[in-house]
Design a binder for this molecule. Structure first.
Ligand code: G
Ligand code: G
Ligand code: MN
Ligand code: NA
Length: 253
């Protein structure tokens, strides 16, 4: 099948694991969801981060079956998260390569039905690259899923090539400000201006905005002052395993 044999075996043996990084709602001051981030629990080499295997999965196409495994895994764990008090969505990254599978929308719909997933608990994070390829097919897939209640966010916003017209044409509900801009606030006048501009753009288009990679209190205060909706970053929590995420949810109530 052309897949890297080691990664294919890892998928068969269920060596992948999802970690969750909480998202914090700045008005309520509490957890309002999370981003699912994959890890590979390698039997000898230990925990591997996605940078070491996602590019290969994208190149070989293994990201397609792996992507379905990820959605299924979120579906299986949603009841426990709700039990622990989850109020919000779980963001799942979708790479451009996954849209090349013509069955993406119906397969996601089938998985959601199988696991009785409330579509209002799922959000897909897209990058600007995903949206620039094969536009019409990508757009119709997004619209189909969106009509089922799934939401879409635009990840790494500001670093890619997306045009403002995409924001208008697609049912994107949330913009995620890339960490590279958040790194410079407060202090770097250009980054401060870019962050403010993205927050205003999002709000003027009736979208939510999340700042990524928030690592300290000064960044947080700048974001609160400029009316950002949500934050994600090491200042609150690193991506953690399911068990830890559930206990964060429990202490959050
Ligand atoms: O988890 P990290 O902390 O290292 O993630 C690095 C990158 O790997 C993220 O920017 C994201 O684009 C990608 N990534 C992480 N998890 C997933 C996943 O479940 N699916 C896809 N397609 N990409 C992911
Ligand atoms: O999907 P995306 O490209 O946005 O992936 C987010 C990446 O950023 C993951 O690799 C995640 O582990 C990482 N990350 C999340 N919060 C922080 C942070 O506060 N600091 C740093 N350095 N990385 C972060
Ligand atoms: Mn992401
Ligand atoms: Na990002």
């Amino acid at each position: 099948n052309g897949y890297d044999p080691e990664l294919w075996r890892a998928l068969q043996r269920e060596e992948f694991e999802l970690f969750y990084q909480p998202r914090i709602d700045l008005r309520r001051g509490s957890i309002c969801g999370a981003e699912a981030l994959i890890r590979w629990q390698h039997p000898e080499r230990g925990l591997q981060t996605p940078d070491s295997f996602i590019p290969s999965c994208e190149a070989s196409g293994l990201i397609v079956p792996l992507g379905y495994w990820i959605i299924q895994e979120v579906g299986k764990t949603l009841p426990a998260m709700k039990e622990a008090g989850l109020d919000g969505r779980i963001g799942v990254n979708l790479s451009f390569r996954q849209f090349q599978d013509r069955h993406l929308a119906p397969t996601i719909e089938r998985l959601m039905q199988q696991h009785l997933m409330d579509t209002r608990t799922l959000e897909f994070e897209l990058t600007e690259t995903a949206l620039c390829s094969d536009e019409e097919h990508v757009r119709s897939t997004i619209r189909q899923l969106s009509s089922q209640g799934v939401e879409f966010s635009l990840d790494d916003f500001g670093t890619g090539y997306s045009s403002f017209s995409l924001l208008q044409k697609l049912p994107i509900t949330t913009l995620k400000i890339d960490k590279s801009f958040v790194d410079g606030i407060p202090g770097n006048p250009d980054d401060e201006e870019i962050v403010r501009a993205i927050i205003n753009l999002a709000h003027n288009l009736n979208k939510q905005v999340i700042a990524e990679g928030v690592e300290n209190r000064a960044q947080l205060e700048f974001l609160i002052r400029h009316d950002c909706d949500q934050v994600q970053g090491y200042f609150f929590s690193r991506p953690v395993c399911l068990e830890q995420f559930l206990s964060l949810l429990n202490t959050n109530r």
